[in-house]
Design a binder for this molecule. Structure first.
Ligand code: MRU
Length: 335
């Protein structure tokens, strides 16, 4: 049975009679494989192994993970700990765990209800950000996006990709470009797949082609998501985002960050305080299991970078659009 498409498009996170089913993003776009999670430990392994990925989707899955362990009467603190350690950069994970703890109960039904609320709210937030972000885009625009920020990375519609979807529905987009997003190829495998399914015209480019693209064809907006936004607006996102922001500023393209309120971390004063995940060397030395680097090759594989607030033209959140003084704007929006 295909669980992939329900009423509101792609649904990669499905609660199915006491089991959490995750569409395995390691296998897309070639195969639709579902990972069944029966415990918080299963969910943590799926997050760490990137079966589920993208900041909001990680938070949603973690919330369901707590509900799974509560239903099996396993220890709440242990469940929370194993989930919290699964990936370090996306603050949505901690945000979701804190919100679940804020319920003040270990009752399985109450925790499941809250996880489902977080899941549904995320979709609503994305639809709102889609409207707000699309309002910044002029008809006939060409845009570039990075990584995968679509339905696969969220509760549906997407953050940056949600803005692109909404702008496309409003007939504002002439052309989308999406990067491959090395080394894990979120763009080539996942964003390309989502955009093609929706019939949105997109061209895949090598990450290294982005600056050349901005010089040779007019790009109006670079639109990206975020894994954590510091109190001053510095933004951690997929490795390569910072380079895109520098190139965009140099070539006169505007740079938009799209993220729900759960991605903001006012506890981080600036980008320096954001932990940057480093992943396995194999992500660089192998492609789809095939070794491509010489044996013994040393590597460095940070999978996120920080774009300074000064390179960002707009931050779109479901609570409003920020431009200019991000520190004041974030304080206002986050209360
Ligand atoms: O390592 P990933 O694939 O989890 O990284 C995802 C990103 O960097 C996304 O841009 C970010 O989480 C925003 S997703 C809506």
């Amino acid at each position: 049975m295909s669980l992939l498409v329900q009423n509101q498009g792609i649904q990669p996170i499905v609660w199915d009679a006491g089991v959490l089913r995750l569409l395995d993003q390691r296998e897309l776009p070639l195969r639709e494989v579902w990972v069944a999670c029966h415990s918080a430990a299963d969910v943590a392994a799926a997050i760490h192994g990137m079966a589920v990925r993208g900041a909001p989707a990680i938070g949603i899955a973690a919330a369901y993970g707590l509900a799974l362990d509560a239903a099996a009467q396993r220890d709440y603190d242990d469940a929370e700990r194993v989930l919290a350690q699964s990936r370090p950069t996306a603050v949505n994970l901690r945000w979701a765990l804190q919100r679940m703890r804020g319920l003040g109960t270990t009752d399985a039904a109450a925790l499941l209800q809250e996880a489902q609320r977080i899941h549904h709210e995320d979709l609503a937030q994305n639809l709102r950000m889609g409207e707000l972000g699309a309002a910044l885009i002029e008809p006939g625009s060409q845009v570039l996006t990075h990584c995968n920020t679509g339905a696969l990375a969220t509760g549906g519609h997407g953050t940056a990709l949600g803005v692109i979807r909404s702008a496309w529905q409003q007939h504002k987009l002439a052309q989308v470009y999406n990067t491959e997003t090395r080394p894990w190829l979120q763009g080539a495998r996942l964003t390309a797949w989502e955009l093609l399914r929706d019939g949105i015209p997109t061209k895949l480019i090598a990450d290294g082609a982005a600056a050349h693209l901005m010089r040779s064809r007019k790009i109006d907006w670079v639109i990206v998501g975020a894994d954590r936004i510091a109190a001053n607006g510095d933004t951690a996102n997929k490795i390569g985002t910072y380079a895109l922001a520098i190139a965009a500023r140099h070539h006169g393209a505007r740079f938009m960050v799209v993220a729900p309120s759960g991605t903001f971390d006012p506890g981080c004063a600036d980008g320096q305080a954001i932990p940057i995940e480093e992943r396995s060397a194999r992500e660089l030395t192998e492609v789809q299991g095939k070794v491509i680097a010489p044996p013994g090759m040393q590597t460095w594989n940070p999978v996120f970078d920080v774009t300074p607030a000064g390179l960002i033209d707009a931050i779109v959140c479901e609570r409003g659009v920020l431009q200019g003084d991000y520190a004041a704007g974030i304080q206002r929006l986050m209360g």
